[in-house]
Design a protein around this ligand. Structure first.
Ligand code: FMN
Length: 328
C-alpha cells in the first residue's frame, strides 16, 4: 500500500486529497472520498459558523475517515475556523500570506493546519507559520491559481527546502500523474478538476458536460471572472469567457443559498452548482489542464481507488526498469 508521511500524519489510507472547491466540494463528496481512504475536503464559503458546525457534525456522523475544511482567505471568518478546528482533522487555507495566528487557532482546536501555496517563498512562510503539511499548487491547476510556476519545477524547489509533508496539486487527473509526483518525493496528490466529474460533487450538469468535452488546451489562465474577488488569476474553460462576452452586462444566473435566491452578475466568481439556473455556460467553469484526462462521470470512491491502485502498480513496475537501466 502507498503509505507516505501524509497518510501517516492525516490518518488516511491512500495519499490522495480531494481539493476544497467552492460550491463543488460538498459534504457528500468529502464523505465518499474519506470512505474510500483519501482525505475529503468540504468548502462552505459564506456559511455562518453555527451552520458550519452543524454541517461538520453531520459529516462526522457520516464517515469515519478523515475530512477537512477548506478556507478561502479573501472570505475568512475566524469563527468558522474555530468551530471547524474541533470538528475535522484538517483545516486548510488558500490565497493569502500564511498567518501563524490562524495556524495556532487550528491547533488549539485539535486539528492539523495546512496551507495551499504557489511559490517557494510562500512554502517557506507556511512552514515557518507552523503548518503541519503544505499543498504546492502549480499553475496548471483549475480554479484560482496562486503562483506563476508549473507544478514540477515548483515541487522540485519546495521539496528540498521544507521538512513537512508536501502534497502536489495542479494538472493531475490520472494514476500516472499521482505516481509521478509521489516518485518525485511528494507525500500526496491533490486533485480538483477530476472530482468535479463525480455524482457527489455539487457542479451543475452542464458544467460537467463542458468539462468532459474539453482538452488541456481548452483551459486558460485569466482574470476574467473577478466580480467579488478581483486581482486573482484563475483557470477556466475558454468557452465560458466567450459565452459571457457574448451576453450583455447584468445578471446571468440565479444561485440558491439555502432558501435564498441570489442573482449572479456576469463575470462573477461563483461556478454553477446543481441548483443554479440561467446561462450556466457563461459562468466561471473552473478547470485545470487536467481537464483532458477527465472523460467520464465516475463515483468518487472509484476515482480514489483507480488513482491509488494505478499509482501503486506504476510505481512497482517503474522501479525494476529504473534499476535495470542503471546497471546496463
Ligand atoms: C471547481 C474548482 C474550484 C476550486 N475552488 C477552490 C477553493 O475554494 N479553495 C481552494 O483552496 N482551492 C480551490 N480550487 C483549486 C484546488 O485547490 C486545486 O489547486 C486544483 O484543483 C488543482 O488542480 P486540478 O484542478 O488540475 O486538479 C478549485 C479548483 C476547481 C477546479
Amino acid at each position: 500500500m502507498l503509505r507516505t508521511a501524509f497518510t501517516e500524519l492525516v490518518g488516511c489510507q491512500v495519499p490522495i486529497q480531494q481539493a476544497g472547491m467552492g460550491g463543488v466540494a460538498t459534504p457528500e463528496l468529502a464523505a465518499a472520498v474519506a470512505d474510500a481512504g483519501g482525505l475529503g475536503m468540504v468548502s462552505l464559503v459564506f456559511m455562518p459558523a453555527g451552520e458550519v458546525a452543524a454541517v461538520l457534525d453531520g459529516l462526522a456522523a457520516r464517515t469515519a475517515g478523515p475530512v477537512g475544511l477548506n478556507v478561502l482567505m479573501p472570505f475568512l471568518d475566524r469563527d468558522v475556523v474555530a468551530v471547524a478546528a474541533s470538528r475535522v482533522r484538517v483545516v486548510e487555507f488558500f490565497y493569502a500570506d500564511p498567518d501563524p495566528a490562524l495556524i495556532s487557532l487550528v491547533h488549539d482546536g485539535g486539528a492539523l493546519a495546512a496551507w495551499q501555496v504557489g511559490s517557494l517563498a510562500e512554502a517557506r512562510a507556511a512552514t515557518e507559520a507552523g503548518c503541519d503539511f503544505i499543498v504546492v499548487q502549480g499553475a496548471e491547476a483549475g480554479g484560482h491559481v496562486r503562483g506563476q510556476v508549473s507544478l514540477l519545477p515548483l515541487l522540485e524547489s519546495v521539496l528540498g527546502a521544507v521538512d513537512v509533508p508536501v502534497v502536489a496539486a495542479g494538472g493531475i487527473a490520472t494514476a500516472r500523474g499521482v505516481a509521478a509526483v509521489l516518485a518525485a518525493g511528494a507525500a500526496g496528490a491533490r486533485l480538483g478538476t477530476r472530482f468535479v466529474a463525480t455524482p457527489e460533487a455539487g457542479a451543475h450538469p452542464a458544467y460537467v458536460e463542458a468539462l468532459l468535452r474539453a482538452s488541456a488546451a481548452d483551459t486558460v489562465l485569466t482574470t476574467a471572472f473577478s466580480g467579488m474577488w478581483p486581482d486573482a488569476p484563475h483557470r477556466v474553460l475558454r468557452s465560458c469567457i466567450e459565452a459571457a462576452e457574448a451576453l450583455p452586462d447584468g445578471v446571468v444566473a440565479q444561485m440558491s443559498f439555502g432558501t435564498t435566491q441570489v442573482p449572479v452578475p456576469r463575470f462573477a466568481v461563483p461556478c454553477p452548482t446543481r441548483d443554479t439556473s440561467g446561462a450556466i455556460e457563461a459562468m466561471a467553469l473552473y478547470a485545470g489542464e487536467s481537464a483532458g484526462a477527465v472523460t467520464q462521470v465516475m463515483p468518487a470512491a472509484d476515482v480514489v481507488r483507480e488513482l491509488a491502485e494505478g499509482a501503486e502498480r506504476l510505481l512497482r513496475a517503474a522501479l525494476p526498469s529504473v534499476l535495470l537501466q542503471g546497471t546496463e
